[in-house]
Ligand binder design. Structure first.
Ligand code: CTP
Ligand code: CA
Length: 224
C-alpha cells in the first residue's frame, strides 16, 4: 500500500531504462555474456513506475519477473539493444543505462556447432556499438542521460572519464571490490557522480539505491 500511495513526482516523464546482460553468439549452442542479473535496472524501472513515470525497460535475458505497468522490450544482443534504445530515444526525458552491454562480439558466428580439435582455439572479436556514447552524441534538448560504470580499480577517476567522454549528465559508479556491492546481491554501494557533484550512497537495497538515484536525477533536472 505504501508503494501505491507514493508521491507521483515523476508523473508525465518518459523514462527509458536498460537492464541485464547481452548475449553474443559464437555458434548455435554457445554465447559470450557477463554476470549482470538485471536487478539494479529492474529496481529503477519499478521505482520510476511507482513514482508515476511512463517507463520503457529494454532488457537483456534475466530470470527476474517482468514488472507490471512497464513497457518491457526484451533483447538478446548489443546490436538489438542499440536498435531498440536508439529508436525510442527521442521521446524520452530521462534515459538510464544500467545494462551490462558486451563491448565485443565474435566476428564470425558459425551456422553449425563448432567442433573441438586437439589444438587451442582463438576467437576473433569485434567491437559492438557504444549505445550510451551514441545517445550522448545525439542528446535532445533537456534530455537527461545517466550511465552506470562498473570498475575493479580507479573507480572514481575512470567513471569521471566515461561521464565526460559519453557526454552524460550523471554516472553511477559501482565497485566490484566493495563489500555489499556488485553482481547478483540484493544490496549495492554506489557513488553518484555529476560534473560538479559526487556522493556515495552507502550500503542500501537495490530499490533504495534506485530511489536515491532518482531523487538525485530530479534534483539535477531542477524539479525538486
Ligand atoms: N554501454 C553501452 N554500450 C556499450 C558498452 C557500454 O551503452 N557497448 C554503457 C553501459 O550500459 C553503462 C556505461 O556504458 O551505462 C558504462 O559501461 P562500462 O562497461 O562500465 O564502461 P565502458 O565504457 O564499456 O568501458 P570499459 O568496459 O572498458 O570500462
Ligand atoms: Ca564495458
Amino acid at each position: 500500500l505504501r508503494e501505491i500511495a507514493r508521491e507521483k513526482d515523476m508523473k508525465g516523464l518518459h523514462v527509458l531504462v536498460t537492464a541485464g546482460p547481452t548475449q553474443e553468439s559464437v555458434d548455435p549452442v554457445r554465447y559470450i555474456t557477463n554476470h549482470s542479473t538485471g536487478k539494479m535496472g529492474y529496481a529503477i524501472a519499478k521505482v520510476c513506475m511507482q513514482r508515476g513515470a511512463d517507463v520503457t525497460l529494454v532488457t537483456g535475458p534475466t530470470s527476474i519477473e517482468k514488472p507490471h505497468f512497464v513497457n518491457v522490450v526484451p533483447i538478446t544482443t548489443a546490436r538489438e539493444m542499440f536498435e531498440e534504445v536508439t529508436g525510442r530515444a527521442e521521446e524520452q526525458d530521462i534515459i538510464i543505462k544500467a545494462a551490462a552491454v558486451a563491448d565485443y562480439r565474435p566476428r564470425y558466428v558459425s551456422d553449425e556447432k563448432v567442433k573441438k580439435k586437439d589444438d587451442d582455439l582463438a576467437l576473433e572479436m569485434e567491437r559492438t556499438d557504444d549505445i550510451l556514447a551514441y545517445l550522448g552524441a545525439h542528446k535532445t534538448k533537456d534530455q537527461f542521460l545517466c550511465g552506470f560504470s562498473m570498475e575493479t580499480e580507479n573507480m572514481l577517476e575512470n567513471s569521471r572519464k566515461k561521464l565526460k567522454k559519453k557526454n552524460l549528465d550523471m554516472i553511477i559508479a559501482n565497485s566490484l571490490k566493495m563489500e555489499g556491492a556488485g553482481f547478483g546481491g540484493n544490496t549495492n554501494v554506489v557513488t553518484v557522480i555529476t560534473e560538479d557533484f559526487e556522493k556515495e550512497l552507502g550500503k542500501l537495497t537495490k530499490e533504495e539505491t534506485a530511489d536515491r538515484i532518482l531523487d538525485q536525477i530530479l534534483a539535477q533536472r531542477g524539479e525538486v
